[in-house]
Design a protein around this ligand. Structure first.
Ligand code: PHE
Length: 469
């Protein structure tokens, strides 16, 4: 019954090119841009990191992203079934790229739940309590609260994906992404105007912070450190563009054949990189003004522990900034989570011929059970595990490590081998130029996908095993 319904229906699609670009940018812009990018830039010599990141974005990032979108649009299939259509021996790659979002989604919802908690706290004018000692740890280690907020977050994603591609994903991305952009610009400008004198009488300004961010710091730069920065930038780029997890294949399959694929991919990259750079302008100057360079190496605590303190010290207006900040982070997290769920759901629709409703319902429920286990990783199931890259991990970190550090580079690497050497880059080039479009970076693309991307992906994989430590 389901299958008949499905086969007779034309494939969903984004109604416009801008709809596709905003949805894909919604996937790409997430916590990676807002938290991870600024933190890496501050750690890795400011301008040096930015420069390396930009070069990699227009070469490596571009090649990987355009490949996935083109695979989706060419095959008109979801990740689970697309690779098989390209070459019948490669269906295992479809399976891998289906597994990745399936591992990521449950824990992404848990982090989304944390953001939800902060957003509601600020909404209730209680922002101040988030700065109390141990607030964040107390919250994530409690038994029920993280589960409750995860439910709320997962429900939002459920509703959007349930509504479908046009009425759900496209419509919400078109509303949320422009608002997100405006908020980031607003806070970035505000952050540059900050000035703060600490207890020791030292005055620091937001502008000084911005100079640390933009001006390359060559002090103590050695060859091995440079290598490190390159690996950081590569890993960040990979994560930030949402590549190698089937998402861009799924979204590409909803892109209209008459739209300009190359141009859309450029726009997604500009949006994603632009928001990352702006996020740095928003966070680094503010944190620098309040706590100098020390405050910037705070890792994940940056958003949940350091920033609330900055907001508090800005008085009433700071609480307002805190509120719009968490609303913005929420939008970024929801549009990313929605794309992960869509990658899973579309695979079920195409492979098992389930209806969208059934696929969303079943897969959300399964993911939710796993989310609960992840939440309890900080409570009932708490343990400490040492990862090969040196980090001490709980369940969430292990999921994150396995998906981002191992499976994603493997999927990326295999995709390059499939496209570069088995089905040949011409397949992708033909898809990009199918309406007679000019593909300016064609030669660069072919070199990247055949030779350089696989090498760079292999480097990421080695780094995951702590080789460069
Ligand atoms: N690309 C998102 C970011 O930059 C992260 C993400 C990961 C999105 C996995 C979807 C899936 O934060």
């Amino acid at each position: 019954m389901d299958s008949e319904k499905n086969l007779s229906k034309p494939r969903n699609s984004f109604t416009s090119s801008i709809g596709f670009v905003l949805a894909a940018a919604g996937s790409a812009v997430g916590l990676g841009n807002i938290w991870r990018f600024p933190y890496l830039a501050a750690k890795d010599g400011g301008g040096i990191f930015l420069f390396i990141y930009l070069i990699l974005a227009v070469t490596f990032g571009f090649a990987m992203l355009i490949t996935e979108v083109a695979i989706g649009r060419k095959t008109q299939e979801s990740p689970l079934t697309a690779y098989k259509k390209l070459n019948s021996k490669w269906s295992f790659l479809g399976f891998f790229s289906f597994i990745v979002p399936f591992i990521i989604y449950p824990y992404y919802c848990v982090i989304g739940g944390w953001v939800m908690k902060y957003m509601f706290t600020y909404l209730a004018f209680l922002g101040e309590v988030t700065t109390e000692e141990g607030f964040f740890t107390g919250f994530i280690t409690s038994q029920w609260q993280p589960i409750l907020y995860t439910v709320i977050f997962a429900l939002c994603c459920f509703i959007i994906v349930y509504k479908g591609v046009e009425r759900g994903i496209e419509r919400y991305s078109k509303i949320l992404m422009p608002i997100l952009f405006l908020i980031v610009v607003f806070i970035a400008i505000y952050s540059l105007t900050l000035k703060h004198t600490d207890a020791d009488g030292v005055t620091r300004t937001g502008l000084q912070g911005a100079s640390i961010y933009f001006i390359p710091n060559f002090k103590g730069l050695t060859f091995s450190k440079l290598l490190y920065i390159i690996v950081d930038a590569l890993g960040q780029l990979f994560y930030s563009l949402s590549i190698s997890m089937g998402i861009m294949v799924a979204y590409g399959s909803y892109m209209k054949k008459e739209n300009n694929l190359g141009k859309s991919v450029n726009q997604i990259e500009i949006f994603d990189t632009g928001i990352a750079i702006l996020a740095g302008m928003m966070i680094i100057p503010a944190v620098f003004a309040f706590s100098g360079t020390d405050g910037m190496s705070a890792g994940p605590g940056l958003i949940f522990i350091t920033l609330p303190k900055v907001f508090l010290s800005l008085g009433k207006f700071g609480t307002f900034i805190g509120l719009i900040f968490f609303v913005m982070v929420m939008f970024a997290a929801i549009t990313s989570a929605v794309s992960i769920l869509e990658a899973i759901v579309s695979s079920m629709i195409d492979r098992l011929h389930w209806s969208r409703k059934k696929a969303v319902l079943v897969m959300s429920s399964v993911a939710f059970v796993i989310s609960i286990v992840v939440c309890l990783g900080y409570n009932k199931f708490y343990f400490e595990y040492n990862l090969p890259n040196g980090a001490v991990a709980q369940i969430l970190d292990i999921f994150d490590y396995v998906s981002n550090n191992i499976l994603m580079p493997v999927v990326g690497l295999l995709t390059c081998l499939l496209i570069g050497w088995v089905v040949k880059p011409k397949t992708i080039v033909d898809e990009i130029t199918r309406n007679g479009e000019h593909f300016a970076r064609k030669t660069l693309y072919i070199i990247m996908i055949k030779f350089l991307c696989p090498v760079l992906l292999f480097v990421i994989l080695l780094a995951s095993f702590g080789i460069f430590r």
